[in-house]
Design a protein around this ligand. Structure first.
Ligand code: CP
Length: 313
C-alpha cells in the first residue's frame, strides 16, 4: 500500500478529506487490524512518539481506543481530563496546548465542546492535532470507524442506502458520517423530528425524512443517534417518551427494515429511548464491531498524521 504521498499533519474533519485520503486511512486500518490479530510485541512503528489525549468532555470509547491504538504501536500515551488539568485554574486551551507541546508531545488528540477547537489549536501548535469530537461540528475518527465497519459488512458503501436517525442537528457524528458516506458514494437519508432534522440538510445533498417507516424501508443500514441533551439549550420535542413513541427503533418497527439491514450506533446507547435492547443486542447489530474497529482505525490515523509518508511499515 502506498502511503508515501500522505501529507496531512492534523485530522480535523472529514469534510476536508478526499476520497483517496479516506481510502488510505481505511486500507492502513485493515492492515493494522490484521496485525493486531497476531503478535504486536515487535511492531514498534511509533516507538519514541509521545501522544497526549486531551479530553475536555467525557468519553469512554474514543479515549480508550486512541490509548489502546497508540500503545499497540508502542507510542507513549498520556491522558489528561479537564478536571485534573490546570484548565480548572483558569489556564486557556491555547496555553495548555503550548505547554503540552513544550513537554515533548508528538501529537495531541483533542475532544472539546466548542466547534472549531481542533482547528484553532492546529494553527497554534506545530504538532499534529487529531479531532476526537468538537462540539456539534465533527467526529472524524468515529465516521471512519463506522465506514470501516460498513465496508467490512457490506463489501462497499457505494450505491448503498444508509439512514442516520435521531438528533442530527446537534450531532458531530451525523455530520462526519454524512461527509464520509457521501464522499464514498452512499445515498444518505437523515431522519428524525423536523426540529432536529431541518430541511436545510437537503442542500448538502442528503435526503431528509420525518417519517420513520419511509426512512427505514429501503435502508441497507441504519445508524441510531442518541438525543444530545448536553448541547441543547431548549427542548426540541414535547418529551423523551414522545420522541421514543414516534422515532424509537423497537422490535415492532423492525418489520419496516429490510431483511439483514445493519444496525449501528456510535454509543453511548440510551436503551429504550432511541433503540430497544432486543435490537441493540440482535445479530443485525454491529455496535460492538464499530467499537473494536475503532482501534485499528485510530492506529492508522495516529500513524499517518505522525509519520506523514515516512513509512516504516
Ligand atoms: N462514540 C463516542 O464518541 O463515544 P465516547 O463519547 O464514549 O467516546
Amino acid at each position: 500500500m502506498d502511503i508515501s504521498n500522505w501529507t496531512r499533519k492534523s485530522l480535523l474533519g472529514i469534510e476536508e478529506l478526499s476520497h483517496n485520503e479516506i481510502t488510505q486511512i481505511l486500507e492502513l486500518a485493515k492492515l493494522f487490524k490484521k496485525e493486531t490479530e497476531g503478535d504486536m510485541s515487535n511492531k514498534n512503528y511509533l516507538r519514541g512518539k509521545r501522544m497526549v489525549n486531551l479530553f475536555m468532555e467525557p468519553s469512554t470509547r474514543t479515549r480508550i481506543a486512541f490509548e489502546v491504538a497508540a500503545k499497540s504501536l508502542h507510542a507513549d500515551v498520556i491522558s489528561v481530563a479537564e478536571q485534573s488539568s490546570s484548565l480548572t485554574k483558569g489556564e486557556t486551551l491555547r496555553d495548555t496546548a503550548m505547554n503540552i507541546q513544550a513537554l515533548g508531545a508528538d501529537a495531541i488528540v483533542l475532544r472539546h465542546s466548542s466547534p472549531g477547537a481542533s482547528l484553532f489549536l492546529s494553527k497554534i501548535v506545530d504538532v499534529p492535532i487529531i479531532n476526537a469530537g468538537d462540539g456539534a461540528h465533527e467526529h472524524p475518527s468515529q465516521a471512519l470507524l463506522d465506514l470501516y465497519t460498513l465496508q467490512d459488512k457490506l463489501g462497499t458503501v457505494e450505491g448503498k442506502k444508509i439512514t442516520i436517525l435521531g438528533d442530527i442537528l446537534f450531532s458531530r457524528v451525523a455530520r462526519s458520517n454524512f461527509w464520509a458516506l457521501s464522499k464514498m458514494g452512499a445515498e444518505v437519508t437523515l431522519a428524525g423530528p423536523s426540529t432536529l432534522v431541518p430541511k436545510q440538510f437537503e442542500s448538502m445533498g442528503a435526503r431528509v425524512s420525518h417519517n420513520l417507516e419511509e426512512a427505514l424501508q429501503d435502508a441497507d443500514a441504519v445508524m441510531l443517534l442518541r438525543i444530545q441533551h448536553e448541547r441543547q439549550s431548549s427542548s426540541h420535542f414535547p418529551s423523551l417518551a414522545e420522541y421514543t413513541k414516534v422515532f424509537g427503533l423497537n422490535k415492532d418497527r423492525k418489520q419496516w427494515l429490510k431483511k439483514g439491514a445493519l444496525i449501528l450506533h456510535p454509543g453511548p446507547v440510551n436503551r429504550g429511548v432511541e433503540l430497544d435492547s432486543e435490537l441493540a443486542d440482535s445479530p443485525q447489530s454491529v455496535i460492538l464491531d464499530q467499537v473494536s474497529n475503532g482501534i485499528a482505525v485510530r492506529m492508522a490515523i495516529l500513524y499517518l498524521c505522525t509519520m506523514q509518508g515516512a513509512t516504516n511499515l
